[in-house]
Write a protein that binds this ligand. Structure first.
Ligand code: SF4
Length: 179
């Protein structure tokens, strides 16, 4: 990729990140690089979506990146957006989590699920934004969330019907009736 292409790609990624965070205009390059280098900062940005004051503070003060991010490897898509939405939902509930026993049961269900997958290769860096590990099978292929974080959130549920238990999802929770 030549310099012009790299700059255009970086600009596009700053715009994509702004869209994910729900802010107008592209985020600053420092914010993008810091989010990719520091998943904790990235997660803070995501959970503050919709809160202009907190988000503004975070974006005005990105931590110094330890190393340059591989911006060329970034992409975005529907799965990542859904993961971001899930984090926003969790933030709206006051960050409540499920008891440890339930958390383990959820993780076991995910581990046995055919939809569990590795983060899409070119999107692994952005998946760090959603708290997923960039290796092994750690992302739900149905909703795009990193399951280690998703299973902890009381606001989250499994989107896939259980193959043998009608009316329940793969986590064993009742599936809400659709109107
Ligand atoms: S959340 Fe449900 S669909 Fe997604 S990986 Fe876990 S069990 Fe499978």
């Amino acid at each position: 990729v030549n310099e012009t292409g790299t700059a255009a790609s970086l600009e596009r990624q700053c715009e994509e990140m702004a869209a994910i965070l729900g802010v107008g205009g592209p985020v600053r390059e420092e914010v993008l690089r810091a989010a990719l280098a520091d998943p904790t900062y990235a997660q803070h940005l995501l959970v503050c979506r919709g809160d202009d004051e907190f988000l503004g503070q975070l974006m005005a003060n990105p931590p110094r990146a330890q190393e340059p991010a591989d911006a060329g490897a970034i992409g975005t898509g529907a799965l990542l957006r859904r993961a971001a939405e899930s984090l926003a939902r969790w933030a709206a509930t006051g960050f409540s989590g499920v008891p440890q026993e339930r958390y383990q049961a959820r993780l076991e269900s995910c581990a046995a699920c055919p939809h569990l997958q590795a983060p899409p290769g070119r999107r692994a860096a952005l998946y760090a934004l959603a708290g997923a590990h960039a290796h092994d099978r750690s992302v739900c292929g149905r909703c795009g969330c990193g399951v280690a974080a998703k299973a902890r959130r009381a606001s989250d549920t499994c989107p896939e019907p259980h193959p043998e238990r009608p009316g329940l999802n793969r986590w064993g929770d009742p599936i809400p009736a659709t109107s």
